[in-house]
Write a protein that binds this ligand. Structure first.
Ligand SMILES: *Cc1c(COP(=O)(O)O)cnc(C)c1O
Length: 393
């Protein structure tokens, strides 16, 4: 027998837990895509999405995952051979840079060691050296989901301004939107991308690009974009089908409506605070366990840690043993290590979206039980430390 029977908890950093209301919203027959309720409902999604992204500018919806949004964002602002500067703090930053290169951009990379973000001073110095202002875009993950590193996008903008450089600032918010505070316009981000299956609590399959007028102007010289990826008709559709370049993703849209209702009822500030406090409890547990044995948080500086995902190092093979035990014995699925060298010593806890205190305490309790059951050396009192953090404030 195992103790895993009951509602499972998918504590991986995407796809995230789907609320019952989101699942229920998809239980319906196919709607008419030519006229009526679906059209009216779709029009209500965009203002809510823009509010969550902190922008008053443009938004386009795609039927695609995050990898699709990497391409969508780049294709609408770049011409073949343009220089792009990628700030990389993990596997996903590398992925976006590789995508830009494959599309035909000339990509240069400034990389951190994965325990924190790229120092904005390095960005400023790099841009100052580009006297001809050839670099068209700076791309960075707001949160890199592999390392759990959060990049201060406002500090990146400040570095670009200090260098007097006109490049666009583009942020991958796929892991962070709806979890970590993000204020696109206030922070001077020109393009932001996200996808449905993380903080937005909706099945994978919808992608979103937010862009301001500077980015919209860059579209005029973009020469690689194909009709499907062009953001112009999607952001300013004359006909409904132009939102999606074809058939609407009907049930995903109803699911997204339900998820945006949940966020609206809670309030985005409260959503951000909830994620911050749950993350703080997780860090307290890991720090306690790490007082003996090998467990460590991947990101030392609290201010550079994501509130959506936590990356933790252990040893190989203990990280894999622990994940397997938590899944089969406790019903909690933890995330694998990603892009670490070697990947075997790492695991991740996803705490994005529809997650509350008892779920986080449950996941931490399962991990602590696993550490005991597998005789993995660790400090005592991780769950108690987390409970104390949640009780405080
Ligand atoms: C999940 C994620 C991606 C990839 O998204 P897919 O939907 O899996 O293609 C890219 N960047 C970041 C930061 C992510 O968290």
């Amino acid at each position: 027998m195992t103790l895993s029977h009951g509602r499972p908890y998918l504590a991986i950093p995407g796809p995230s837990v789907m609320p019952d209301r989101v699942i229920a919203a998809m239980q319906r027959p196919a709607p008419n895509i030519y006229t009526g309720a679906l059209h009216e409902m779709t029009a209500t999604l965009l203002p809510d999405l823009k509010r969550i992204a902190g922008t008053a500018h443009h938004a386009a919806i795609y039927i695609a995952n995050g990898h699709g949004m990497w391409e969508a964002a780049l294709l609408n602002v770049l011409a073949r051979g343009d220089r792009v500067l990628a700030l990389v703090s993990g596997h996903f930053g590398q992925g976006w840079a590789a995508t830009a290169r494959a599309l035909g951009a000339q990509v240069e990379v400034i990389e951190s060691d994965g325990t924190g973000p790229v120092d904005p001073a390095r960005l400023e110095a790099y841009l100052r050296a580009d006297r001809g202002h050839d670099i068209r875009a700076v791309i960075a993950c707001h949160v890199d989901t592999a390392t759990g590193v959060r990049t201060d996008m406002a500090a990146c903008r400040a570095a670009m301004d200090a260098a007097g450089h006109p490049a666009l600032l583009m942020a991958d918010c796929i892991a962070s939107l709806g979890c970590d505070r993000f204020e696109m316009d206030a922070w001077g981000v020109d393009v932001a991308i996200t996808a449905s299956q993380k903080g937005l609590m909706t099945p994978p399959g919808l992608g979103f690009v937010f862009f301001n007028d500077r980015a919209a102007a860059a579209r005029d010289r973009a020469d690689m974009v194909t009709p499907y990826w062009d953001w112009r008709p999607r952001a300013a559709p004359e006909l409904y089908y132009q939102y999606f370049a074809g058939t609407a993703p009907t049930h995903h849209l109803y699911a997204l409506r339900a998820a945006l209702d949940l966020i609206g009822e809670e309030g985005i500030e409260a959503v951000w605070t909830r994620h911050a406090r749950l993350a703080d409890a997780i860090w307290a547990a890991v720090e306690s366990w790490g007082r003996a044995g090998e467990m460590r948080l991947g990101v030392g500086d609290r201010s550079a840690r994501s509130h959506a995902v936590t990356s933790i190092s252990l040893t190989a093979p203990d990280a894999d043993r622990l994940r397997a035990w938590c899944e089969t014995e406790m019903g909690v699925t933890l995330g694998i290590g990603l892009g670490r060298v070697p990947p075997e010593g790492w695991f991740r806890i996803g705490h994005m979206g529809h997650v509350n205190a008892h779920m986080v305490l449950g996941a931490l309790g399962a991990i602590e039980a696993g550490l005991c059951a597998l005789r993995i050396p660790h400090g005592a009192g991780g769950v108690a430390a987390a409970a104390q953090r949640l009780a405080a404030a």
